[in-house]
Design a protein around this ligand. Structure first.
Ligand code: ATP
Length: 870
């Protein structure tokens, strides 16, 4: 059969069993049974069994398996069995954590998945792209990702960027012509392909191939699944972990040699060295980061910030500049028309009179040169435009009837570079083009002016009056659109070349009030050492008026226009950006330069964007933030985070979450490293003091693999506090493991190690090595469980409410305490765990030593805090 691009629209529609009205839901379900979901299935989901077995790939686990085998061969079946049980439980825990983390990431992906506008059951609906099927009619406009391969059936100046497929970076102009010859992909101008996006214009297409049958699907099938890239923190910790592992292995090797030299059996010396290595190597570091980050993203999604790249969560904590759009992000994007200005008069809406010819003409133009709709009271479209038809309907003018009277015969769509749009209509026997847009832009193209006495040449004085009116509207924070028109002598396809020789008609001023929460969010930013910057396409005076109201700007000298930075060199711009808080009349290219200038000054920049041209700036920013409601699919695709409520305050909240999550990861790392260090110190101390080894291998495995990971994860779930916003942003290139941090870990590890040794000595003197070792084991295990509460904060928390505010940590503590208490007191366990069964007094002693470590560390924190305050 012929390829779709060589068939007429009618042939294609028949072939995919569809019509211009699209499919019904029933037909779509039926079609989906045949062609499946519209998604690329290249990256297959890992099965749970595979995840489980992957837990055994770890170097340490392999050593443990070897150790179990050796113990078994040497006749110590019990030890072998314990090791196998312990690593199996550990693998099960690991599997649960991995599956949960993956689930949360997948649900996040679903939330941020692309959507498409499609005709279903006769109406236009927005659906997740994966629900589309062959035969669906999709509607395309600038900024849309193309969700599947399709044949165009309607085209209004559609241009598509197909670089992902063809490598061609220039956008391709589309048309409806049926092609006769076989041509390569890039020349199939009547088709659109999944994976590309609309840069300009509008169109309609019928889907011909979906999912893996699309051109990109055919390539994707060849590609391996791409896994999530590691975050800088994970890389940092992994490197640290590797270095530490080498040190530990050398240390354990030496210890092994000394033990053998002292005449210990090779088998047991080996087992001990292995257990110590397991106890000391912080293998869980980088997976803790993944778990904490992925759980954190769920909280953020509930708070309207969807994370698309895990790195963003980390980055958010060090954001120092937030560049935000104005319209809709800092303001409500609920426009209401406040004033008309026509025939030289300012008319408040309360005094509008649609019977006045000038006002009526302006109102008609505002309905015709407008893409929004009002069907059964539901307004769809850009709020700037819906405000215009809303006003008209209040005066008894229905948009639909005016549009039926003067149908649209051509158009040049709005784009934020030109800051205007044009439409062509047949009115009173003439081809009339209406152009609406930014006042300054249109005045440049205007030659005549409409007055009650007819049309005449526009004078400089007229232009100055109009500009002054514009200025005074803007100073009130109003957004102003100018309306112009012209006659087109011969009907032809409209282009930007027609946007000149215009006749000025009037201005319409609208109010878009700031969001209530913007002012507080801006204040919060400033308190947290973050500089909020407004970047907008709107007029400078309007933008500055709004910025002043919400606290971004103090003085008009902090505002500039895109044109002001146009001719600056990069070095000049670098010196200029700190002085500016509001950039008005900005084009997407200016946005990239502003981000870059800040980045060159060492700042971490979050930047919002919504339009198709914003994608490069969103990619350039450290945290690209796309608008979930008004944003185009392209912007969402380029962003690291999507705001489902388009609200500036949500970005600030996300920064707070990012800082908290980073802090919680620090708590977890501190917990793991200091506990491990305590264990090593105890062993080292015993070895230097010529004492028997304080732990049996199984003790170390028990602590490290069973009772240790839950408090660490629980610390990652510490309730968030707004205190993090009292500090300046953390420097992005500073390693998490600062000297100060390692110092604290060392000191706390020392306290735990010292208490363990004291406990060991107590037991040793009571009843020899076995009781000593039981005491040491119990104390180390409990001290580490208590230590979870130490790691909750840099400050002492023991007598505060905060001590009890993490139910996960309490749960992990209780579970761990029950486990260790059972091991120490149930006689059946004593052989397996190489302990002496303790009586109540002895158990009390073990608990006391462990609790003492908590008290001492809390005291140290208190002293440190007092010392700092001085
Ligand atoms: P922000 O960048 O904060 O979202 P914005 O919405 O004003 O602000 P753009 O959408 O780039 O930015 O619009 C730039 C200018 O183009 C506006 O100030 C206005 O003069 C004009 N404009 C906006 N929307 C339309 C429209 N639908 N039709 C014609 N002109 C428009």
């Amino acid at each position: 059969m012929k390829e779709f691009y060589r068939q007429t629209v009618k042939e294609v529609l028949d072939r995919v069993e569809s019509s211009e009205a699209g499919l019904t839901s029933e037909q779509a379900d039926h079609s989906r049974e045949k062609c499946g979901w519209n998604e690329l299935t290249g990256g297959k989901k890992k099965s749970i069994t595979r995840i489980f077995f992957e837990q055994y790939k770890d170097f340490l686990v392999l050593i443990l398996i070897a150790a179990a085998l050796i113990s078994g061969i040497l006749g110590d079946v019990e030890s072998a069995a314990v090791i196998v049980i312990v690593i199996t439980i550990n693998a099960i825990l690991g599997t649960i954590q991995t599956v949960k983390a993956e689930q949360s990431l997948r649900s996040l992906k679903k939330l941020s998945g692309p959507e498409a506008k499609v005709l279903r059951d006769g109406t236009t609906v927005q659906l997740p792209a994966r629900e589309l099927v062959v035969g669906d009619i999709i509607l395309l406009e600038a900024g849309d990702m193309i969700p599947a391969d399709g044949r165009l059936i309607e085209n209004a100046s559609l241009k598509v960027d197909e670089s992902a497929l063809t490598g061609e970076s220039l956008a391709v102009e589309k048309d409806l012509e049926t092609l006769s010859a076989e041509v390569p992909l890039g020349d199939r101008t009547n088709m659109v392909f999944s994976g590309s996006f609309v840069t300009y214009g509008r169109g309609k297409a019928v889907i011909t191939d979906s999912g893996m049958q699309t051109e990109i699907g055919k390539i994707a099938g060849l590609l391996k699944s791409t896994s999530e890239k590691q975050t800088p923190l994970q890389v940092n910790l992994e490197e640290f972990g590797k270095k530490l592992s080498i040190l530990v292995l050398i240390f354990c090797g030496i210890l092994f040699a000394i033990s053998v030299f002292r005449g210990e059996k090779i088998g047991s010396a080996f087992m001990f060295a292995v257990a110590l290595a397991v106890a000391a190597i912080p293998e869980a570091l980088s997976s803790i980061v993944t778990i904490v980050l992925s759980f954190g993203t769920q909280k953020m999604a509930r708070e309207h910030a969807i994370i698309r790249k895990l790195q963003a969560v980390e980055g958010l904590g060090s954001v120092s500049i937030i560049c935000s759009d104005k319209t809709g992000t800092l303001t409500q994007n609920k426009m209401t028309v406040e004033d008309y200005y026509v025939a030289g008069k300012r008319i408040p809406v309360s005094e509008l009179d649609p019977d006045d010819p000038a006002q009526r003409f302006l109102m008609d133009c505002s309905i015709l040169c407008n893409d929004s709709t009002n069907e059964n009271g539901v307004e769809i479209g850009d709020p700037t435009e819906t405000a215009l038809i809303h006003l008209a309907s209040q005066h008894g003018l229905a948009a639909a009837s005016i549009r039926n009277l003067y149908p649209r015969e051509g158009e040049v769509p709005f784009d934020s570079d030109r800051k205007m749009m044009s439409t062509l209509h047949r009115i009173d026997g003439e081809n009339r083009m209406i152009v609406k847009g930014a006042v300054d832009r249109l005045l440049e193209l205007t030659e005549q002016i409409w007055t009650h006495d007819g049309i005449r040449e526009i004078t400089e004085a007229d232009k100055i009056t109009i500009q002054q009116q514009n200025q005074s509207f803007s100073m009130e924070g109003l957004r102003v659109l100018a309306f112009t028109y012209r006659e087109i002598p011969e009907k032809h396809t409209l282009s930007t070349d027609d946007e000149n020789h215009l006749i000025f008609l009037g201005l319409i001023a609208m109010m878009d009030p700031p969001r209530e929460e913007s002012k507080d969010a801006v204040a919060e930013c400033i308190k947290a050492g973050i500089r909020p910057v407004m970047i907008t396409g709107d007029h400078k005076i309007t933008a500055a008026a709004i910025a002043k109201r919400i606290g971004i700007l103090q003085d008009l000298s902090e505002a500039c226009e895109g044109a002001d930075i146009e001719n600056m060199s990069d070095a000049e711009l670098r010196d200029f950006v700190p002085k500016i808080s509001v950039y008005a009349r900005v084009s997407p290219e200016h946005k990239i330069r502003i981000v870059r200038a800040w980045q060159e000054k060492g700042m971490i920049v979050a930047m919002t964007g919504d339009g198709v041209n914003d994608a490069p700036a969103l990619k350039q920013a450290d945290i690209g933030v796309a608008m979930g409601i008004t944003g185009t699919e392209v912007a969402k695709d380029a962003a690291a985070m999507i705001l489902t409520d388009d609200n500036f305050a949500t970005i600030v909240k996300a920064v707070e979450n990012g800082r908290n999550l980073y802090q919680n990861i620090k708590y977890a790392i501190r917990f793991l490293l200091s506990g491990n260090f305590g264990a090593i110190l105890a062993v080292l101390c015993a070895s230097i003091g010529g004492l028997p080894v304080p732990f049996a291998p199984v003790h170390l495995l028990f602590i490290n693999l069973l009772t240790d990971s839950l408090p660490a994860i629980a610390l990652g779930m510490e309730p968030h506090s707004s205190e993090v916003m009292n500090e300046k942003p953390r420097s992005a290139d500073k390693s998490i493991l600062t000297k100060d941090f390692l110092g604290k870990i060392g000191l706390e590890g020392f306290v735990i190690g010292a208490m363990t040794m004291l406990s060991f000595l107590t037991g040793y003197h009571m009843n020899g090595a076995l009781l000593g070792s039981t005491f040491a084991f119990g104390t180390l295990c409990l001290a580490r469980l208590f230590h979870g509460f130490n790691c909750k904060s840099d400050h002492p928390v023991i007598f505060t409410k905060r001590f009890f505010n993490n139910k996960w940590l309490q749960g992990a503590f209780v579970l761990g305490a029950v486990l260790i208490t059972s091991v120490l007191t149930v006689p059946e366990f004593h052989r397996v765990f190489k302990v002496e069964t303790l009586n109540l007094m002895q158990l009390g002693c073990v608990y006391l030593y462990a609790f003492a470590s908590l008290l001492i560390i809390q005291l140290l924190k208190w002293i440190r805090m007092k010392f700092r305050q001085r």
